[in-house]
Write a protein that binds this ligand. Structure first.
Ligand code: SF4
Length: 503
């Protein structure tokens, strides 16, 4: 779909308008100016004075307008953000009318909707006013606003000091190996079989990172809120390797007793053994994930997960018997050849297990995945059926006492929906809240681990990523560790900010 936009010449509008068009059409191309080959032409008329911004848009016979007051004292950046919002608002209204498709998230294309609500509440804006702004400025539907509010409330119940954790950090540890690669996956997930040399060198680097960062945190008196092992599949290494890794963590990190939660994604059921579960128990790992994704065998085969449905169930029971009392399970809506009947089956099977938490993803076509590159091979449900399955998930979780506690969106997600984490009372993952709401620094260690440094005062985010492939990681882990410590020094002890009450 090629869309030409008339009346706007500023290139800064191109990307946001393209992202909105992508919500309606596949592979949108957007041109600012006349283009004879375009499929749609949208005409904007903009009038601006010192105190007013007026925008009118026309698409065929439809027209939409918005008038907004400008604040003369505002910075150029804030001023532009507000104008962009007004133009996007008119543009979305026209496209909704033209296609008959309602975007429940309105013009919001970012991935963390609840962060927006938190920030409004933190600024002292009342709930009603904040909701009104989400409705009018972003065109978010009441259904999604109420989901956002429910999640924000729950998060503040689980982490009452959420707005005051900026002087602590959380740790993410990435283990980049899996038994096989799933078709929708873009995480660093290298086949583990026959690569022991590679695994050994990787773990050597990881131990070094844990030790060095742990020593820095101890020296500076900075506490850890949560630790999360992801990947890859952190249980794809051997039980002995897991044992040594957790021992290193306990010896290196400050005050492990005060850490609120340690999670290990056991993700693939085919990696779980009684020996590994013993190790998890030995080191008091609070929470694990065992991810079915689907309970239909053909689907697992189609997406390259080499384990059976029975194995998922069997490993879940084994983990329970061995004392794991906080188990998360991930489900995906919209897997190839899956519709309402398959998802009904998935929910029925879930009911028999009742894990403490459930993360319901909607399939997203990530550019680098096998599935996206060979899209024609995978048949997925249409928008309406995806929406229906999402509603089933919402109703099912609510009638089974699960409460939504975090949500995020992705690009190219089916039906422009979202991923939602649900938990039974008091079983929510604190790490998931920390990573989504960006209220504190998360230090990433290991392969493909992305660090997010959040300035304790300004909230400014600095990203830093370790390499995704084990070879580059093995060659550079010392450098990446040094860089992180340099950024941490600057963040917590630099000119702009000195941590109080710290050594
Ligand atoms: S188990 Fe997870 S990390 Fe591994 S390939 Fe599958 S989706 Fe990717």
């Amino acid at each position: 779909m090629k869309i030409s936009i008339l009346g706007i010449n500023d290139d800064r509008y191109k990307r946001p308008l393209t992202l909105i068009a992508d919500l309606f059409f596949e592979e949108t191309e957007l041109v600012l100016g006349e283009d004879a080959s375009s499929d749609l032409e949208i005409n904007f008329a903009i009038q601006e004075t010192d105190s007013l911004f007026f925008v009118n848009g026309k698409l065929f016979e439809q027209s939409s307008s918005l008038e907004m007051e400008l604040v003369p004292s505002e910075s150029e950046k804030d001023n532009f953000r507000r104008k962009k919002q007004a133009i996007s608002n008119v543009y979305l209204t026209l496209l909704q009318e033209y296609t008959g498709m309602i975007q429940k998230w309105g013009i919001l294309t970012g991935i963390r909707p609840t962060k927006l609500l938190h920030s409004k509440l933190q600024q002292g804006i009342s709930r009603e006013k904040a909701h009104q702004q989400l409705r009018e400025d972003y065109l978010i539907t009441d259904e999604k606003i109420s989901l956002m509010q429910q999640i924000v409330d729950r998060q503040l119940q689980v982490v009452p000091d959420l707005y005051n954790l900026q002087e602590e950090v959380s740790i993410y540890i990435g283990i980049p190996f899996c038994p096989t690669k799933c078709a929708y996956c873009t995480f660093p997930a290298y086949a583990i079989n026959g690569k022991q040399g590679k695994v050994d060198s990787f773990l050597g680097g990881l131990h070094y990172e844990i030790e060095s960062i742990g020593a820095w945190l101890k020296e500076k008196g900075i506490k850890i809120t949560t630790v999360y092992y992801g990947g890859g599949t952190p249980t794809s290494i051997t039980a002995e390797e897991m044992d040594m890794l957790y021992e290193r963590m306990y010896n290196s990190f400050p005050d492990m007793k005060q850490v609120r939660e340690v999670t290990v994604e056991a993700g693939r059921p085919d990696t779980i053994t009684p020996k590994k579960l013993e190790v998890l128990k030995k080191w008091n790992i609070d929470r694990i994930s065992i991810n079915p994704q689907s309970y239909t065998q053909e689907t697992l085969k189609a997406i390259g997960r080499h384990h059976t449905v029975e194995e998922t169930i069997e490993k879940f029971h084994l983990a329970r018997e061995m004392g794991m009392n906080n188990i998360n399970m991930d489900l995906i809506i919209g897997l190839p050849n899956e519709g309402v009947p398959e998802f009904t089956n998935t929910l029925e099977e879930t009911e028999k297990l009742m894990p403490e938490s459930l993360t319901v993803h909607t399939l997203s076509f990530k550019r680098a995945s096998e599935m996206t590159q060979n899209k024609q091979r995978y048949k997925v449900a249409d928008r309406q059926e995806i929406g229906q399955m999402m509603s089933m998930a919402t109703e099912w979780t609510s009638s089974h006492n699960y409460v939504p506690y975090y949500l995020y969106r992705q690009k190219n997600i089916l039906g422009n929906l979202e991923n939602v984490g649900y938990a039974l009372p008091d079983q929510d993952s604190i790490y998931n809240i920390m990573i989504m709401e960006e209220k504190q620094t998360i230090i990433g260690l290991g392969c493909g681990a992305a660090s997010k440094f959040i300035h304790p005062v300004t909230g400014k985010i600095t990203h830093f990523a370790n390499p995704k492939d084990p070879k580059s990681y093995n060659e550079g882990f010392e450098h990446y560790t040094r860089e992180k410590i340099r950024i941490l020094e600057e963040l917590f002890f630099g000119a702009g900010y000195q941590i109080v009450n710290k050594k």
